[in-house]
Every structure is written in structure tokens, then in C-alpha cells.
Ligand binder design. Structure first.
Ligand SMILES: [Zn+2]
Length: 84
């Protein structure tokens, strides 16, 4: 059975508007996204010391020109910066 096409009218959108989140729900979701975005992760750059993949260490962006990010190598312990 084929569903009727949706008429994207103002009335349809208003009737199907998602419920508003509470501030606590928003903050919980935002904290979760922030944790995922700032967890250490590989960045595709080779370590200058050993050649293994460097990782972005955290979510910090150092406010210099150009902006930089902390990087580290889990294989050899190298620590440094990359341009963000
Ligand atoms: Zn290394």
C-alpha cells in the first residue's frame, strides 16, 4: 500500500511539530555530544617520531593564529600541536 504524499503545509508542520525539550534534556544531550566530540580520536596524521597515527588529545582549540589543537601519539608518547 502506498502512503499518500505529505502536503508540507504550514498547518501540517504546526500539527506535527515535535514537543519542546526541557532545559535539562537539552543540556544532557549537549553534554553527550560534547563528550563524543572531545574524546581522543585518531586524526590521520603520522607521528613525527614513530610514524603511527597521532590523536587529537581533547576538544580544546588553542586561540592563537592560526588556531592549534593538542595532539599526542599513544605509541611513543610524543606530544605536540597541529593547526586546527
Ligand atoms: Zn609516535
Amino acid at each position: 500500500m502506498i502512503d499518500e504524499p505529505i502536503a508540507w503545509t504550514k498547518e501540517y508542520l504546526e500539527a506535527n511539530k515535535p514537543p519542546l525539550k526541557s532545559l535539562d534534556e537539552h543540556n544532557r544531550d549537549a553534554r553527550h555530544r560534547y563528550r563524543l566530540a572531545t574524546a581522543p580520536h585518531g586524526n590521520g596524521i603520522a607521528c613525527p617520531e614513530c610514524g603511527e597515527e597521532l590523536m587529537d588529545s581533547d576538544g580544546m582549540i588553542l586561540t592563537v593564529i592560526p588556531p592549534k589543537k593538542n595532539v599526542h601519539c599513544p605509541a611513543c608518547g610524543y606530544r605536540g600541536y597541529r593547526i586546527a
